[in-house]
Design a protein around this ligand. Structure first.
Ligand code: HEM
Length: 146
């Protein structure tokens, strides 16, 4: 799980999925949380009492990423806000592979026949973003040890 830079091909493939995500993003994240909580009950506890909005928040973040992946600097304030939330929830680096794997499977499940190249592009894009989160969160944990 290391993709130091996003290739132009990855950027344009991921960006091309934005209209689909606008339509099906909520179905994808709803499916993702179902699988995540079923397969990893220990992760469920981190989310507290479901407010029915978490699926929407994640779908919104995924769509914003797809739409802005070619000008990623505009996402910095959002990423920092989410990272702070993650740190207060105890999110650790190892969780990212679990969530990434589940998110990709949910995407394939909901979208059905999605091209392999698109799935691979999303895999790379997810790993890139996960590394950004992990880096920011490591700094936050260091600044305020639990
Ligand atoms: C690139 C991957 C991820 C994205 C895009 C993402 C996105 C988000 C967003 C948009 C929020 C809501 C922030 C707000 O309150 O406005 C959030 C909160 C949260 N995320 Fe993530 N997340 C990611 C990875 C993870 C991972 C790996 C975990 C670990 C299990 C995780 C656990 C949580 C938890 C526990 C919250 C707080 C939920 C609550 O308020 O109850 N996230 N995330």
């Amino acid at each position: 799980m290391s993709e130091p830079v996003l290739s132009d091909a990855t950027i344009s493939l991921v960006k091309s999925t934005a209209p689909t995500l606008r339509e099906h993003g909520l179905a994808i994240t709803t499916r993702m949380y179902e699988m995540l909580f079923e397969e990893h009950p220990e992760v469920r506890e981190m989310f507290g009492v479901p407010d029915g909005e978490q699926e929407k928040r994640l779908a919104g973040a995924v769509l914003a990423y797809a739409e802005n992946i070619d000008r990623i600097e505009t996402l910095v304030p959002t990423v920092e806000r989410i990272a702070a939330k993650h740190v207060s929830s105890g999110v650790e680096p190892a969780h990212y592979a679990i969530v990434g794997d589940t998110l990709l499977r949910a995407m394939m499940h909901v979208l059905g026949e999605v091209e392999l190249a698109v799935v691979e592009a999303w895999g790379d894009a997810y790993d890139f973003l996960a590394n950004v989160f992990i880096g920011i969160e490591a700094q936050l944990y260091q600044a305020a040890p639990a």
